[in-house]
Ligand binder design. Structure first.
Ligand code: ADP
Length: 419
């Protein structure tokens, strides 16, 4: 192949002379709405959606979105969205200085190339070959950061000024799309790093704490010398505080495992009535300390479903434990509800202060606590409900809340009867 100069493959001025098709504003509007919807619903897919839209509104054979990124051997363009005949080349890269995209960024303007492989030799490997490629830059923070492109692999399709206008209009959306994509990536990286940090930190804290508990047990049972009354009381306090810390650390560990998708589901035949009875036995001493009536309402029949028993138990311990923790006087009732045909439900109701409408979703977010002073007194990490919700989702169920200020709260765990 004869190698030619850049100007020989750049045919941008032809856009001004070619007969231009009429704008189809209706199709364009539909496309813009589709991109906006994707931004709202699935921001991580926005660049691919843009590629699909270009293919559609420019009636071309391939389309895509390339983004400049640094790499060890020099800057490269990565294809973050591809559609049409080059659809399978998603994720592909090209060195900046060997790609038509590089020229578009250097000149910061629209460019049309005809048979670009005559100048960009790497493009000769592309199959099918490019007849024409139309590119526009898009900007982030005022600087060109990538390109949108439309390709014709067939000599009968010639791009015109209308295609260039559409690409320019989509390029504005691409800037917003890219910023959304970039912030999502940063947030996901930060969230993963946070989960890993929490998991490591909790693990490191748990080991010495188990030592503290073990040695204070030894002291208490007088294995190491004799301990006096006040010393025994101090030891008991050390143990209570240590177990409390272990509880918080375990919550953080469970939460970070759930966040990083490391929790496994082990389904077995589980009788919900029996799990509820066990949970009540565990929480009973706390309820007695608070002077609360704790009861289970059930018909006496088993309610067996296939689910992860350990996770159901953990969810109910949190819900019933919270009901006891946040109810100053009155009662906590657990009701097993078999009336729904597809779902088994466990309602945990209390006669506590209730939760305001604006907080009913917020309290399921990690580290959210409503009343700082009361929570400090009861000492949690604000993770219990976030864990409940994640565990319930993991086993195909849900946790919901109904509450009226001054008239208590009802948390409901709903699980599918068949899986
Ligand atoms: P924690 O109990 O560790 O603070 P949770 O995620 O279990 O964390 O609960 C979050 C917040 O929701 C609590 O701090 C509390 O303010 C509120 N809450 C939870 N359960 C109840 C309840 N049954 N009644 C009133 N408030 C509740």
């Amino acid at each position: 192949m004869t190698v030619v100069n850049l100007e020989d493959v750049l045919t941008t001025p032809e856009l001004d002379f070619r007969a231009s098709r009429k704008p189809d504003y209706e199709a364009e509007n539909r496309a813009l709405v589709a991109v906006a919807e994707e931004m709202a619903m699935r921001p991580g897919h926005i660049l691919q959606k843009l590629a699909d839209i270009i293919l559609d509104v420019c009636h071309c054979d391939s389309a895509g979105v390339s983004i400049l990124e640094p790499s060890e051997g020099g800057d490269i363009f990565r294809w973050h969205g591809t559609a049409g005949l080059f659809g399978s080349m998603i994720g592909g890269t090209m060195p900046r200085n060997a790609s038509p995209c590089g020229v578009v960024l250097d000149r910061d303007s629209v460019a049309l190339f005809s048979h670009p492989e005559r100048f960009f030799l790497a493009a000769a490997a592309l199959d099918p070959p490019i007849e024409e490629i139309l590119l526009v830059p898009f900007h982030v923070d005022g600087r060109p950061a990538g390109t949108l492109w439309a390709i014709a692999h067939n000599a009968a399709r010639r791009f015109d000024a209308e295609d260039s206008r559409i690409l320019k209009s989509l390029s504005q959306l691409a800037s917003a799309g890219f910023q959304l994509y970039a912030s999502l990536e940063t947030a996901q990286r930060a969230s993963l790093a946070k989960s890993q940090f929490l998991a490591t930190m909790s693990h490191e804290l748990r080991t010495p704490l188990t030592g503290v508990i073990g040695f204070s047990n030894l002291l208490e049972t007088d294995v190491v010398g004799s301990t006096s009354g006040p010393q025994k009381e101090m030891l008991a306090r050390i143990q209570t505080s240590s177990w409390h810390l272990v509880g918080i650390i375990d919550e953080i560990l469970t939460f970070s495992r759930a966040e990083s998708g490391k929790l496994e589901v082990h389904a077995t035949a589980t009788d919900l009535v029996e799990v509820a009875r066990e949970v009540l036995r565990i929480v009973e001493p706390q309820a007695n300390d608070h002077g609360l009536r704790l009861s289970l309402e059930e018909t006496g029949e088993r309610l067996e479903i296939s689910t992860d028993r350990g996770k159901v138990r953990q969810i109910l311990i949190n819900l019933v434990g919270n009901a006891v923790k946040y109810t100053p006087t009155g009662s906590v009732t657990v009701l097993i509800d078999t009336t729904e045909s597809d779902w088994a439900a466990v309602h945990v109701s209390d006669t506590g202060p209730g939760i305001g409408a604006h907080l009913r979703e917020l309290i399921f977010e990690p580290f959210t606590q409503v009343d700082g002073s009361h929570t400090r007194a009861t000492g949690g990490a604000g993770l219990g409900l976030a864990i409940c919700r994640r565990l319930a989702e993991l086993i195909g169920g849900e946790v919901t809340l109904e509450s009226t200020i001054g008239a208590g709260s009802t948390f409901t765990l709903r699980l599918p009867k068949t899986r």
